[in-house]
Design a protein around this ligand. Structure first.
Ligand SMILES: Cc1cc2nc3c(=O)[nH]c(=O)nc-3n(C[C@H](O)[C@H](O)[C@H](O)COP(=O)(O)OP(=O)(O)OC[C@H]3O[C@@H](n4cnc5c(N)ncnc54)[C@H](O)[C@@H]3O)c2cc1C
Length: 399
């Protein structure tokens, strides 16, 4: 694969840079720099609407549904420039997850109703897959949907539901037939979070943020019109969606940006009077990370090229998910190690937009430990890394 950018691609890079420079509001950029992982919803909406107006919100969608028509190289450039400039991430639940399911498997009415609202960030989605006891073994899920007239009546409990407290829609896996093989009794329903019987309760994670939730579903009536595709085929749609989710989790652009931050910090922080980056043991760890990241970058481009050829991300997305999260976690550990004792004061308040006291140490310090703690979960969500290894063994290596 030729990775030297063409003149057109270099011109595109300039266009992206100029757009970010001119359009990204400085206060949002500053908040994203401090607390990228947990920004207020309004900041995401503002940025996503600016991208929508420019026609750049849906890099991976087909053009006919509002996608950009970008080549893999352009997608790569866009992701890299956004990461470098501390742009808010594009929240994946609508644009990268349920959107592709709706335009691939939904009917015309569902496409007309939901896709424009996803593109304009008018709807905010969450993912109702996991349940207590059904995480890795997702096909064992028990949330039940029973047809009653024109509606399904849904009862069950979803857990670890990221962003459910900010969402107005949930795409949800439900059991419509308990008497067939587990995978064949699952359907894919779109649930309005304002429906009577939906209760969201917070789960506070170890970094002290409220990102996760439990979602209780008690006699929730969901119109049959909100069923995607065929009843009993939800498992197929669910797996298709997970391919998109796992590709997104790899986060190559952001890791490339953070490795530069790591090097900057390691040039400034000293041990025994010498910068960390000049010390063999630390420099070796940074170099190893850079090698892994370069390998991941090429794999990511290959998967993107396959996706562009209309094949969808496929099981290779599991490779991206494993390596991307291993690199992210190793990077976070090195960032915290580089901070030395500045990692000890847990200054989460400093990440709040209205906080105006200076941090104890340098201003790059307070965000790193909360992100390290939050991202311990990246090897679990989107399907744990052990499960991804099983998928690679079966689906990629054919073992
Ligand atoms: C921060 C965070 C955000 C999340 N967001 C969402 C969300 O928005 N929506 C949603 O639906 N879910 C979400 N999840 C849930 C996530 O998908 C599950 O936690 C994950 O699939 C693992 O399931 P589990 O927690 O039930 O663990 P378990 O399935 O009980 O697994 C426990 C351990 O056993 C290992 N294990 C299990 N089975 C096997 C096997 N066959 N072979 C080898 N090892 C195995 C696992 O790898 C893991 O280490 C989120 C989770 C986290 C932590």
């Amino acid at each position: 694969m030729d990775l030297a950018f063409s003149d057109e691609e270099l011109a595109f890079r300039e266009e992206v840079r100029a757009f970010i420079r001119d359009k990204l509001p400085p206060d949002i950029r500053e908040r994203a720099r401090r607390n990228w992982a947990n920004l207020p919803k309004e900041d995401h909406v503002t940025w996503q609407r600016l991208l929508y107006e420019r026609g750049w919100i849906a890099a991976n969608w087909p053009v006919e549904y509002g996608g950009t028509g970008w080549s893999p190289a352009q997608k790569f450039i866009f992701e890299e420039e956004c990461a470098k400039a501390s742009c808010p991430r594009i929240v994946p639940f609508g644009l990268s997850m349920v959107g592709p399911v709706i335009y691939t498997f939904g009917n015309q009415e569902q496409k007309d109703r939901f896709l424009p609202r996803i593109l304009k960030s008018e709807d905010w989605w969450c993912q109702g897959y996991s349940e207590p006891g059904s995480g890795s073994d997702l096909a064992s899920l028990r949330t039940r949907a029973v047809l009653d007239g024109e509606d399904y009546v849904v009862n069950g409990l979803k857990t670890w539901t990221s962003g459910a407290h900010k969402a107005n829609w949930m795409f949800c896996l439900v059991r419509t037939d308990p008497d067939v093989k587990q995978q064949e009794g699952i359907s894919f329903l779109l649930i309005d979070m304002k429906s009577p019987g939906v209760t969201v309760r917070p789960i506070i994670s170890m970094d002290e943020s409220h990102y996760l939730n439990e979602v209780f579903l008690d006699d929730v009536r969901v119109p049959q019109a909100n069923l995607i595709g065929e009843e009993g085929k939800g498992w197929t749609y669910a797996k298709f969606l997970l391919g998109h989710e796992r590709t997104g989790i790899a986060g190559v652009g952001r890791s490339k940006h953070r490795i530069q931050i790591l090097k900057d910090i390691a040039r400034q922080e000293k041990s025994d009077g010498r910068p960390l980056l000049e010390q063999a043991d630390f420099a070796r760890k940074v170099a190893a990370l850079e090698f892994d990241l370069t390998a991941l970058e090429f794999t990511n481009l290959r998967v993107m090229a396959g996706d562009n050829a209309g094949q969808g991300p496929g099981p290779e997305s599991s490779i991206l998910k494993i390596k991307g999260t291993e690199i992210e976690q190793a990077m976070n550990e090195l960032l915290v190690e580089a901070l030395g004792y500045y990692a000890a004061p847990y200054e989460r308040d400093w990440l709040r937009p209205d906080w105006n006291e200076p941090p104890v140490g340098p201003d790059y310090a307070p965000g790193l430990m909360p992100e390290h703690l939050l991202r311990r979960a990246s090897s679990i969500y989107g399907g744990s890394n052990e499960i991804q290894k099983n998928i690679i063994a079966k689906m990629v290596l054919g073992l």
